[in-house]
Design a protein around this ligand. Structure first.
Ligand code: ATP
Ligand code: MG
Length: 204
């Protein structure tokens, strides 16, 4: 079963996400908040959300796995309720319901805003790029792996298990030696699609 570990964040961690979301809502720069925590945003996030490493210091110790030089989680945050986040959370819940075979193909979502779907916290993975000298990753300094075949292979596996994928290409990563989707707002079930609630609107 998927579980929303709403206690994963420290008080300061909750404030961090709240401040980010408020700045995005007001269309203010998030740079001062990002700088204060000494982190660098990831490139991308074109779907109305920003993707950032979540500093380990903002997560309660018992929610962290093996210490690593990089952050353990990433946060995907928006100023408004976001259908891309909603879909990612629903896909995660569905995959957990269907079992490990499915669950292992998605980077785990550990906590999320279950009222408004403005944010979610996901395990950090090492992205895989089909381009050897991927400019986006080289510019951001984010470590990545090169594998031109991984996206198509993962798509095939997902299709076999009844999932459809819109944009597998740049949205694949590695976690504990397994390849998984790290952005799955474009994933759906082929026989039982995920409906976005009306109150959330369709543009975002
Ligand atoms: N779980 C993760 N672990 C590590 N990096 C991640 C993770 N999720 C996202 N990223 C980084 O953030 C970037 C953008 O994330 P994501 O693809 O989820 O955003 P998006 O809102 O769907 O925008 P885009 O249109 O760029 O796909 C990724 O290319 C990757 O570099
Ligand atoms: Mg993406």
């Amino acid at each position: 079963m998927s579980q929303n570990y709403s206690n994963l964040l420290t008080e300061e961690g909750k404030e961090f996400i709240e401040e980010l979301s408020t700045a995005l809502k007001n269309r203010d720069s998030i740079e001062p908040i990002v700088e204060e925590h000494g982190i660098t945003e990831f490139q991308g996030g074109s779907g109305g959300r920003e993707i950032l490493p979540l500093p380990d210091s903002l997560v309660k110790d018992d929610s962290l796995g093996e210490p690593d030089s990089e952050s353990y989680f990433v946060v995907k945050v928006s100023g408004e309720p976001l259908s891309h986040n909603y879909r990612e959370i629903k896909v995660w819940e569905k995959a957990c319901e269907l079992g490990w075979e499915h669950e292992s193909l998605f980077a785990p979502v550990h906590a999320w805003d279950e009222e408004e779907y403005k944010w979610l916290i996901m395990r950090r993975v090492t992205p895989i790029s089909p381009h050897r000298d991927d400019i986006a990753y080289l510019l951001s300094g984010q470590e990545f792996l090169y594998d031109p075949d991984a996206p198509a292979q993962l798509e095939e596996r997902l299709n076999e298990l009844g999932w459809t994928v819109e944009d597998v290409e740049m949205n694949v990563g590695v976690l504990d030696d397994g390849v998984c989707m790290m952005d799955y707002g474009g994933v759906d079930r082929n026989n039982n699609s995920i409906d976005i609630p009306d109150w959330m609107g369709s543009e975002n």
